[in-house]
Design a protein around this ligand. Structure first.
Ligand code: SAJ
Length: 435
């Protein structure tokens, strides 16, 4: 242990990062930037080839930094998991989605586990970063590492350290966001702190991997529930004839005890709509119902339908029905100024409108095309001169570059789910939570 700790402290190690997505690649680049030999492992051969050509595909990674690391050999990528044999510390950042029945889908973790079982070796440090239910690290990963007879805490070392990447965040990034980590043993924690200490500014050790796993789930469940509250407030305000945006901004003047969340067309992204279900699933196995999580999910999942009801209300005022109307959706990404459409509620709004007979198009400056079940739809040009050819424009994601005033001036009907039209007047504007 002491020799290994010394090698880690002296950066005389090779780091592995499994899963080169929006979490793994920025982390790999941070290790490379401090001169630690880093091997990225991913099952996607195209991604691996792209990276080995020095080509970046993650918005939060600087192209030039990646290119330099590849050129000087500090970073390389591979699909070959046997490289774990030459790796001293491996961080696992693979997806943890939900299955169709909203149960945890840990197939990616299990696939990595099989590789760890094959290539685990003495003095390997393993850090799971993927958001998962409490117990995953100790119940799934530990047995795989010990199957060869090695012992966690003396021969191999195992931790959980949740990722906290906020894609597109201009202030917080992998390096400056505090990082929680919990080791199976004290030695595990000591080594994990030494590994991350080279690249992360603030480390937050906790007493166990379960505490670290649950910390992440609390963070994202907290967001899901508060967004659900904001969404229900919007629905209540529509019934009360009060502007929810004014009320939220007024509440936000309270200097303590309040945290602003805003209504919207629903919950998007690969985290907030998903992670809380990992906790509620685990609690069901312990015969407990996590009611807050279920209720927030129910409200958030119903928001796309609510937005479509506002479209129906708006068209109705022009004696039109959704059926046969031409509708333009602005913003398919799940939040402003990013290109990620995963779980985006705009996809639901699009599908619901089509199902009701509307002719739907979309514009998104960051999203060229969207693959629907049976076809690929491409973004249309946003041309103020032809905007009034649409019966209705729906603002689902308010990308910064949208000229909202021009959109309002040229559209026949605007359904605004993000308060993007705040301050603009017009009977043809229907705002979620102020309709
Ligand atoms: N949303 C609302 N109202 C709000 C906040 C968000 O409707 O007040 C919606 C967004 O439009 C989006 C979804 O919720 O569709 C998720 O938004 P998000 O801001 O949580 O963004 P994510 O999922 O990209 O990143 C979050 C991180 N974001 C923030 O903390 C601001 C963070 O919670 C996690 O690090 C990350 O998920 C993760 O990877 O778990």
């Amino acid at each position: 242990m002491q020799d290994l700790l010394k090698r880690v402290q002296e950066k005389d190690i090779t780091i592995g990062v499994i899963g080169l997505g929006y979490v793994g690649l920025p982390l790999a680049v941070e290790f490379g930037k401090v001169g630690i030999r880093t091997i990225g492992i991913d099952v996607n051969a195209d991604r691996v080839d792209q990276l080995n050509r020095g080509e970046n595909y993650i918005q939060d990674v600087q192209d030039a930094e990646l290119k330099k690391l590849v050129e000087d050999g500090t970073f390389s990528a591979t699909t070959d998991f046997s490289n774990i044999k030459h790796i001293d510390a491996v961080c696992i950042a693979v997806p943890t989605p939900l299955s169709k029945t909203k149960d945890p889908d840990i197939t990616y973790i299990l696939a990595v586990n099989n590789e760890l079982e094959k290539y685990v070796h003495k003095d390997l440090i393993v850090i799971l970063e993927s958001t998962t239910y409490p117990g995953t690290t100790r119940e799934l990963i530990q047995p795989a590492l010990e199957s060869s007879g090695l012992k966690v805490g003396s021969d191999v070392f195992l931790l959980f350290s949740p990722e906290r990447v906020d894609p597109g965040n201009p202030i917080y990034n992998t390096k400056n966001t505090p990082k929680v980590l919990g080791g199976v043993t004290e030695n595990c924690l000591k080594l994990g702190l030494a590994v991350y200490g080279h690249v992360l500014e603030k480390l937050v050790p906790v007493s166990s991997p379960e505490a670290a796993e649950l910390t992440k789930l609390l963070e994202n469940t907290f967001r899901s529930i508060n967004i659900g509250l904001a969404n229900e407030m919007a629905i209540m305000c529509d019934k009360l004839g009060v502007n929810v945006w004014e009320v939220i901004d007024a509440a936000d003047t309270k200097p303590f005890g309040f945290m602003k969340f805003t209504p919207g067309p629903g919950l998007g992204g690969h985290c907030i709509p998903i992670d809380p279900h990992y906790l509620s699933w685990k609690m069901r196995t312990l015969d407990y119902r996590a009611r807050f999580i279920e209720l927030a999910s129910e409200i958030n999942s119903a928001m796309p339908e609510y937005v479509v009801e506002l479209v129906a209300k708006g068209l109705n005022a022009y004696a039109k029905s959704i059926n046969g109307s031409r509708v333009l959706i602005l913003g398919m990404a799940y939040k402003p100024d990013i290109d990620d459409v995963r779980e985006s509620p705009a996809l639901d709004v699009y599908a619901l409108l089509e199902a009701k007979g509307a002719v739907v198009k979309f514009h998104d400056p960051y999203v060229d095309k969207i693959k629907f079940d049976s076809r690929i739809e491409e973004t249309v040009e946003l041309d103020m001169g032809t905007l009034n050819l649409y019966d209705c424009v729906v603002i689902t994601t308010n990308h910064s570059e949208y000229d909202i005033k021009s959109i309002v001036d040229n559209a026949r009907l605007v359904i605004d789910s993000r308060n993007a039209t705040a301050g603009l007047m017009g009977d043809h504007i229907i705002r979620l939570g102020a309709s």
